[in-house]
Design a protein around this ligand. Structure first.
Ligand SMILES: [Zn+2]
Length: 83
C-alpha cells in the first residue's frame, strides 16, 4: 500500500496546486499551495530536493510537496514529448 503522502501529493498535483516557476540559475523553483504555501527547490546539479515544510525540516525525508513537484515534472516531460 502506498503511504498517505503519495495520495496527498497526487491530490495536490491534480488540483493544480503545484506551480512551477521554472529554471532559475541551476535550480527549478516550485510553489505548492497547501494550507500554507510551501516552497520547493530542485537543485539540478546534485539532483536534490529541498522543501521548507516542517516534515522535511524535522525528518529530512521526502515530503508530499516534493512528490507532487516530481509528478508535475513528469507530466511536463510527457507533454514535451507530445509536441
Ligand atoms: Zn514539504
Amino acid at each position: 500500500m502506498r503511504p498517505d503522502k503519495f495520495r496527498k501529493a497526487q491530490k495536490l498535483m491534480k488540483s493544480g496546486k503545484v506551480v512551477s516557476k521554472g529554471l532559475i540559475g541551476s535550480s527549478i523553483y516550485f510553489t505548492v499551495k497547501s494550507n500554507k504555501d510551501r516552497h520547493v527547490i530542485f537543485r539540478v546539479p546534485g539532483q536534490t530536493w529541498i522543501c521548507d515544510c516542517e516534515y522535511y525540516v524535522l525528518k529530512g525525508k521526502e515530503c508530499s510537496h516534493m512528490i507532487a513537484c516530481k509528478m508535475l515534472l513528469k507530466e511536463q516531460e510527457k507533454q514535451e514529448l507530445k509536441k
